[in-house]
Structures are given as C-alpha cells and as structure tokens.
Unconditional design. Structure first.
Length: 234
C-alpha cells in the first residue's frame, strides 16, 4: 500500500477482539446488531461494555436501532455514556425509509462522536457533512462492498466524498469489505478508514507475498486434497 489507511476490525466475537486489539495494524473496531447476534450476545448493553473492555484504547462503534426518533436519541445518548473512546452509529435512514438527519443534527450538536452508517450515495454524504458539528470527530460509512455487489464502482463515490470532507473533522470509511485488495483500493484513493472482517484479516499476511510461491502453494494444496480423498484417475 502506498498510502496509510486506518483498519477497523468488523466483528463482535470477544476472542477475536481480544486477539486483534494487540495487532498494530488494527486501529479500531466496528460492529452491528447482526454481528452481535451471530456472536451470541443476549444483552446488547452488557455485551457492548464487554467489547469496550477488550478494545481498550482503540475506538469502537455501536449502533442504535429504533425507528422512533425520541427513542433513537435516547439510545444514542445511552451509548455515548458508556465511554469516551467510542462512536455512536446512526443509520442515514430508518427501516421505514425515513431520514435520520434530524437525529444526526441533534446528537452532533450535543458534541457526540457519530458514525453515520449505511450510506450509499453522494447526496446522502453531502447532507450528512452539512449536518455534522464541525467541532466533533465523525465518520461517514459508505457501504462500498454492497454497492459493488450491484455492479457499480464504489471507488468513485469514496473519492468524491473524501474530497468533500477534506477540510472537515470527518473521516470516510469504506464498509462491507469483500476482499483484501479493497484495502489497497481504498488507500489509493485517500479513504481514511476501511472496516474489515476477521476472515479477510486472516489473509493480511499475504500482502506482497511471492506470486511464484503462491502458485506452488496452490498446486501443492490441490495435490494434497486429492491424496487425502484417495482420488485416482487411472
């Protein structure tokens, strides 16, 4: 990678967080209710606080999920009270398709660090950037991987968004990463943060790995699997 980019691990498994927190290349953590359900969390608040214990000095992001504006604000204020080293994740819209911009403005003016999530287009980025308090640290999470799943190139949106927030205390985050090369892509266009799942992080050791050696490793793997399965052709 030619440019520095922050890498946030995207997980809710406590053993993974404990392990990754010690890695110098991990700069923070993100999670969401779906990941926490997958990790077996039973009590949202208690589980988030456990994550904070493991993440120690690296920031973590926790998401609200209410559609009701007042309830959503109360959820955000509660999350913000859990510690200094965290961001409150607010989806740009709720499950009814209604904008959460009023919630974002209110919370930002309360000097709460926000991670605006599930962002998919430039119009949303502009609205968010204008709504956020310039004195607070904020993140705009663009779901690049899900955009790419539709056959569209997310890098154009990321690059345009990075330029928009250049003079603001806002970081653009490449979310829903699909492969290791996405880290290189994101870094090359000046993206500030990329959030990466543990399965992809396991491949981090392959950066700059010899392609000739990888070629041999691949052929050896095929042969070993054929042998283990007792395959024969003749």
């Amino acid at each position: 990678m030619t440019k520095k980019i922050k890498i946030f691990a995207d997980t809710a498994f406590l053993d993974e967080i404990k392990f990754l927190e010690k890695k110098n290349y991990i700069n923070g953590f993100t999670t969401n209710p779906s990941l926490m359900r997958k990790a077996g969390a039973k009590n949202y608040k208690d589980y988030c606080k456990k994550i904070l214990e493991y993440s120690k000095n690296k920031p973590a992001s926790f998401e609200i999920f209410s559609d009701n504006q007042n309830q959503a604000i109360n959820e955000a204020l509660e999350i913000a009270s859990w510690g200094q080293n965290l961001y409150v994740k607010i989806p740009i819209i709720n499950t009814k398709g209604k904008s959460n911009l009023n919630i974002i403005k209110f919370l930002s003016n309360k000097k709460i660090n926000l991670n605006i999530t599930a962002v998919f287009n430039y119009s949303q980025v502009k609205l968010i950037a204008n709504a956020l308090n310039p004195k607070t640290k904020n993140i705009i999470s663009i779901f690049a991987g899900r955009i790419a799943d539709t056959g569209r190139d997310p890098s154009k949106l990321i690059k345009k968004s990075v330029k928009l927030v250049k003079k603001k205390k806002i970081e653009i985050l490449w979310a829903s990463t699909r492969e290791l090369f996405n880290i290189v892509e994101a870094a090359s266009i000046g993206c500030h943060i990329i959030t990466v799942g543990p399965e992809i992080l396991k491949k981090y050791k392959l950066f700059n790995y010899s392609l000739l050696k990888l070629c041999k490793d691949t052929v050896v793997q095929f042969k070993m699997d054929a042998k283990k399965s007792k395959f024969s052709i003749i």
